[in-house]
Design a protein around this ligand. Structure first.
Ligand code: SF4
Length: 132
């Protein structure tokens, strides 16, 4: 998925591994002379969108844990419902570090309703009962 810069006739080219499926196609993504993003090396058309997105605005799913009050375990695995801009991940982790959920909780329950004002929910990745 990451990313090397190379000299290319068309301008800066990035080599990006497509992670949509196990084929792991090596994409070459660059801007052409008109400034339009071009993708080569894809094995199917899903790689085109993936390459364009990774080139222009890479996103990642937040996967982390939060503390949980009264739970069977001390922490609760959580994830963002959709991917967020990659450059926001560090701040998102900081937010999650300051959140404490309350047991019991069901998988899919919203733990953070509006992460960093992005309109993205962070949800529980598993259910967790109360500590007995
Ligand atoms: S480009 Fe298509 S075939 Fe290649 S890894 Fe991506 S999804 Fe799979």
């Amino acid at each position: 998925m990451e990313v090397q810069f190379k000299d290319a006739k068309q301008g800066d080219m990035k080599e990006i591994i497509c992670v949509i499926c196990p084929n792991s196609c090596k994409l070459q993504v660059f801007k052409d002379k008109k400034g339009e993003v071009q993708v080569e090396g894809y094995g199917c058309t899903r790689g085109i969108q993936y390459g364009e997105d990774e080139y222009t605005a890479p996103k990642r799913t937040l996967i982390t844990t939060v503390k949980i009050d009264g739970g069977e375990l001390p922490v609760l695995p959580v994830r963002s419902k959709v991917a967020i801009p990659k450059e926001k991940l560090f701040k998102a982790m900081e937010v999650a570090n300051h959140v404490t959920a309350k047991a019991p909780i069901k998988m899919g329950d919203v733990v953070i309703p509006n992460l960093l004002g992005l309109g993205v929910e962070v949800i529980a990745s598993r259910s967790m009962g109360k500590k007995e």
